[in-house]
Structure formats: structure tokens, C-alpha cells
Design a protein. Structure first.
Length: 270
């Protein structure tokens, strides 16, 4: 009989094309030998190349979280898209009930309409107050890091370090700012900063021209959560996750239209 896998939870939105969100998380968990559970916060659809978010009713999210309370052996949690303040507070209260040794990875996905400034600001503040203090690792991409800090621009590795340090003020034990392809470099650069450690980890991988990168951020954070569940320390978890994402992008698939999704299954050892 095979050894039973550890159980890991994702709390995130659902992507109908399985590029990101819960579907990407579950694919990552499965590829890495974990058994994934999910709580769905919203459904994301695409119409005329525009994203639309359809939040789940708060009582439906609460019912999902209440059911998860019966699971006693959660090895890690990844939190993705949360579309409103009330849901942020609800999820934070759930996370506070978990064993303090359970790693929590917060991916502050903030996808809102460009003209919806009020919602963006309110959710940002809710993340800062309720979720980031609970995070083992927080994994913003560059636009999200700028939003969380109120900064306007970042163009260098030193800027990424500064953003990570500012985000850590809100309580996260570690922060990975994903510069990705956004810096002027031949490398995709991310920076990891940890609480009470002066050393900064600079993670680099060759930039890819592939257009199969939908879900890269979700996969990155869920791979970090997976590696933490498997017992890795933060540095090893982040380093391993970055390579996992690189392989998933390189071998991504086109589902609909010009752009495509990362393929987590490319990392299987077969």
C-alpha cells in the first residue's frame, strides 16, 4: 500500500479555463504528491478578453469553511483571490483557528475593474489588517507589491527588496516579491526577505518568451505552500517552487485564444 499523501487546502477563486485559481492550485498539489481540498471564493470568467469576478455568497463561503473544520490534518494553506472585505475577515477568522504550526501562504491577488478604486483600497487595507499578520509567506507580484505599499514604481532588484521589507511590516514572516519579467533584465527576478534575517535571497531564472503563463503566480504560491507542507524551509520551498513554475511555463498549453496556461503536470517524475 502506498504512503498516504498530506492534505493541503486552497482558498481561492475558480478559473473556468483552469489557468489560475483553485484549478491551478489543485493541479500543483497533485503533481507534488499532495491531496488538495478547496474553498471557492468566486468564479472568474472571461468575456471579450476582459476578466469578470463573480463572488460567492458569504454564507456559501462560510459553509465551505465550516466543513473544513472537520479536517484535522491540514499540512498547509494557500490563500488566493478574495473579492471583498467581508470575505477577507471571514477567512482570517478561519485561519486563526488553525494550529499555529500550519504554514499559510497568502497570494494577494487583487483583480478588480480599473475604475473600482474604492474596492481595491478597501480590500488592500483588509489584507494588511487581517491576513498578512497570519502569513508564513506572502507572495505579491510587482503590481500587487506596489499596491500594498503605496509605492509608484520599482525598476531594480534593490527596489524589490525595499517593497518586500515594507510589506513585512504588516506581520508576514517572509515576503517574496515576484518581479518576473517586469524588470529590465535578461532574468526573471524575485526577491525573498525573511523576518529577523539580514540576508536577502535573489532568485533568478531566464526570461521566457512563452505566452503560456496564465496561472504562473497561482502555481508559484501553491507550490511554495506544497513544499512547506512537505517539510522544506522557506528558502528551499521558494527556490523549488520557482523552478516548478519555470518548467510549467516552458511546457504550457493553449486552451483558448492567443495566450495559454501553465502546465503543472510537466513537473511529474515519470
Amino acid at each position: 500500500m502506498k504512503k498516504k499523501p498530506k492534505i493541503i487546502l486552497t482558498i481561492a477563486g475558480a478559473d473556468i479555463f483552469s489557468g489560475g485559481g483553485v484549478q491551478a492550485d489543485l493541479a500543483t498539489f497533485n503533481t507534488l504528491g499532495l491531496y488538495g481540498l478547496s474553498v471557492i471564493t468566486s468564479i472568474v470568467t472571461i468575456d471579450d478578453e476582459k476578466l469578470a469576478i463573480h463572488p460567492m455568497a458569504l454564507d456559501v463561503v462560510k459553509a465551505q469553511l465550516d466543513a473544513i473544520h472537520d479536517v484535522s490534518a491540514i499540512a498547509a494553506v494557500k490563500v488566493g483571490l478574495i473579492p471583498n472585505v467581508d470575505m477577507v475577515q471571514l477567512i482570517a477568522k478561519f485561519l486563526e483557528t488553525l494550529n499555529t504550526e500550519v504554514p499559510i501562504v497568502i497570494d494577494p491577488v487583487m483583480i478588480f475593474k480599473e475604475d473600482d478604486k474604492i474596492s481595491v483600497e478597501a480590500v488592500k487595507v483588509a489584507y494588511q489588517k487581517w491576513l498578512l499578520p497570519l502569513a508564513t509567506v506572502t507572495t505579491p507580484n510587482l503590481p500587487e507589491a506596489l499596491l500594498l505599499t503605496g509605492e509608484k514604481v520599482a525598476t531594480t532588484t534593490a527596489d524589490l527588496e525595499r517593497l518586500a521589507e515594507q510589506i513585512m511590516i504588516y506581520g508576514s514572516q517572509a515576503v517574496v516579491v515576484k518581479g518576473g519579467n517586469r524588470l529590465e533584465s535578461s532574468q526573471a527576478i524575485d526577491v525573498l526577505v525573511q523576518k529577523n534575517q539580514t540576508k536577502r535571497e535573489i532568485l533568478q531564472s531566464p526570461k521566457l518568451e512563452n505566452q503560456t503563463n496564465t496561472g504562473a503566480g497561482c502555481t508559484y504560491s501553491s507550490a511554495i505552500a506544497s513544499q512547506l507542507a512537505l517539510g522544506d524551509d522557506v528558502v528551499k520551498a521558494v527556490t523549488t517552487a520557482k523552478q516548478f513554475v519555470q518548467t510549467a511555463i516552458e511546457n504550457g498549453i493553449h486552451v483558448a485564444g492567443e495566450f495559454g496556461n501553465v502546465w503543472q503536470g510537466a513537473n511529474r517524475n515519470e
